[in-house]
Design a protein around this ligand. Structure first.
Ligand SMILES: [Zn+2]
Ligand SMILES: [Zn+2]
Length: 212
């Protein structure tokens, strides 16, 4: 069985999620943007063995803690899609701009592409490439528990910003409609910021993607 626990980190209250297999207690850390001592404390409290970092995209609030955490626990860095290479290279500048602690660039162990899968313990999640907020953004879909970790693609009542370099509004809408909605209305998503919602609820009520 797949489990997860979400921890808001950094001044941006970014939702870092611990995702684990309860048979092996092996865990992936989705988007460790910062506040690593809090993340480590939760791993310890839940009795988990961290194995990998899974990245939705390389904005500082999602990726600021990756290099340090990976180095400390010898974790694989999985994702995002290679389209975010320039965001990873720019992490030190992003950190300085937003007042984060110094963040180091890193080289992912594995870049992800649309249709890939990622594994933790005995559990497998599906990867979709969802550009628009950033060109290399990906989401992690867990159909066995009807959950999807969507980063900054979609929020309860809103969608991701597209006013960054290589952001694209139409591409973001296409990603949501063509790659998220087919996962089903019952799918509950964990956004990069704020509360969870379901795709069905957003399709009815989200002013940016309602009636799509
Ligand atoms: Zn972002
Ligand atoms: Zn964010």
């Amino acid at each position: 069985m797949l489990h997860y626990h979400t921890i808001p980190v950094t001044a941006f209250q970014q939702n870092c999620s611990l995702v684990w297999c309860d048979q092996t207690k092996e865990a992936a850390v989705v988007d460790p943007g910062g506040d690593l001592e809090t993340i480590e404390w939760e791993l310890e409290r839940l009795g988990l063995q961290p194995k990998a970092i899974w990245l939705t995209h390389a904005h500082i609030d999602h990726a600021g803690g990756v290099a340090e955490l990976a180095d400390k626990f010898k974790l694989d860095i999985v994702g995002p899609h290679e389209g975010d290479r320039f965001w990873i290279a720019g992490l030190p500048q992003q950190g300085a701009m937003f007042g984060f602690p110094p963040a180091e660039p890193f080289e992912p162990t594995r870049w992800l592409q649309d249709g890939d899968t990622v594994r933790i313990g005995f559990e497998t999640l599906n990867v979709r490439h969802t550009p628009g907020h950033t060109p290399g953004h990906v989401v992690f879909h867990a159909p066995q528990i009807d959950r999807c970790f969507v980063g900054d693609v979609l929020f309860a009542g809103s969608i991701g910003r597209t006013d960054f370099p290589q952001g694209n509004h139409q591409q973001l809408i296409d990603s949501i409609v063509q790659r998220l909605w087919p996962m089903g209305d019952q799918t509950v998503f964990i956004p990069g910021h704020g509360p969870e919602s379901s795709f069905g609820r957003e399709r009815k009520t989200n002013p940016y993607v309602g009636n799509t």
